[in-house]
Write a protein that binds this ligand. Structure first.
Ligand code: TRP
Length: 334
């Protein structure tokens, strides 16, 4: 608890471009969470170097991601948006937790198996202990809730196991976190294969809308979106393409499915797709404009980075000192 609020922590990697799916499925919901939770959103650059990165590129992407969060409306006074590398406690706690995590547990992690097969030339120890660093991220802030995608649930489960193991030895040191299941944010599917999730790593550029796509590109991609030959704008599983477009349209224009279906009754797919594209432009364009404006305001962004790193360090150090004492490290002489 911080100031009577529960703590929420999430980490995001600055690799790959964010898509409309990331925005509608996650980021948009985060905007409303800061009233209820004390929120920490870390740009997890320590995690990023488990696979090879081009340094200048990583630095640029990390800053863009942080700026984008602010541009999308996360208030940096209410949400602690910071770089993981600016808070040494992540690495320090991670080392300690390494000594309370079993090789067998890490061996079972499906993301490790998956990533090591994709980066067979660089199966480094960091990739193996990645879930421990993630546990450290979460436990360092005594997070109550962690919004994560399905692919990260196994890591969260490990975090809970490690926290409970540590607590059972040393008393109640860590808050045991729960996954945060938000208001069912629409799951946005690929525009080309609507039974597959919209992904930033899709090879077909027409499959995903990137947050930074310009209006013409957005409209063009919607015009090319895969539909069907039913000639009916109906919300049903048998028409996954149309269903996905309706989900996107409703989320972007704050309408219910019934309203949207009524609005497009008897209309053609062409007209419908254009309307969906326009609704997306109306949501993304203001974010893009704000991003462009903020990107030029170096002083303002630098200040956010500095202040939030201080705030994050303050809370991180509280936990870290407690843990260091528990495991038997001597107190520092100041
Ligand atoms: N592993 C997460 C991902 O790839 C990112 C992450 C790192 C994270 N630390 C975290 C997510 C802590 C939630 C909480 O998506």
């Amino acid at each position: 608890m911080i100031d009577g609020k529960k703590v929420l922590f999430s980490g995001m990697q600055a690799t790959g471009n964010l898509t409309l799916g990331n925005y509608l499925g996650a980021l948009k919901n985060w905007l409303t969470l800061s009233d209820e939770y004390e929120c920490f959103y870390s740009v997890v650059d320590l995690h990023s170097i488990t696979v090879r990165q081009e340094p200048a590129e990583l630095r640029k992407r990390a800053r863009n991601l942080l700026t984008l969060y602010v541009a999308a409306g996360l208030d940096p006074k209410k949400n602690c948006i910071y770089y993981q590398s600016h808070v040494p406690g992540h690495a320090q706690l991670s080392w300690i937790l390494n000594c309370y995590t079993y090789m067998g547990e890490l061996n079972r992690m499906t993301q490790f198996k998956d990533k090591s097969s994709r980066h067979a030339d660089n199966i480094n120890a960091g990739l193996f202990t990645y879930p421990v660093l993630m546990a450290a991220d979460i436990l360092l802030f005594q997070a109550d809730v962690v919004p994560v995608g399905k692919d990260q649930l196994q890591h969260l489960e490990l975090t809970r196991d490690v926290a409970q193991r540590f607590n059972s030895i040393y008393g109640d040191v860590f808050t045991v976190p729960e996954p945060y299941i938000g208001k069912t944010g629409a799951k946005i599917m690929s525009l080309q294969e609507p039974t597959k999730k919209m992904s930033k790593s899709d090879e077909n550029p027409n499959a995903s809308i990137l947050l930074m796509d310009d209006p013409d590109t957005i409209i063009r991609k919607f015009k090319r979106a895969v539909t069907d030959s039913e000639a009916c704008i109906c919300y049903r599983e048998e028409q996954p393409g149309i269903k996905n477009l309706l989900d996107i349209y409703c989320t972007c224009s704050n309408k219910t499915v019934e309203e949207a279906v009524r609005e497009f009754e008897g209309k053609g797919y062409g007209e419908f797709k254009l309307a969906v594209g326009e609704s997306v432009v109306s949501v993304l364009k203001p974010i893009q404009d704000e991003f462009a404006r903020l990107s030029k305001d170096k002083t303002y962004i630098d200040e956010i980075i500095k202040e939030n790193a201080q705030k994050a360090n303050y809370f991180a150090n509280k936990t870290l000192r407690k843990v260091q004492k528990k495991v038997g490290f001597p107190e520092q002489i100041r």
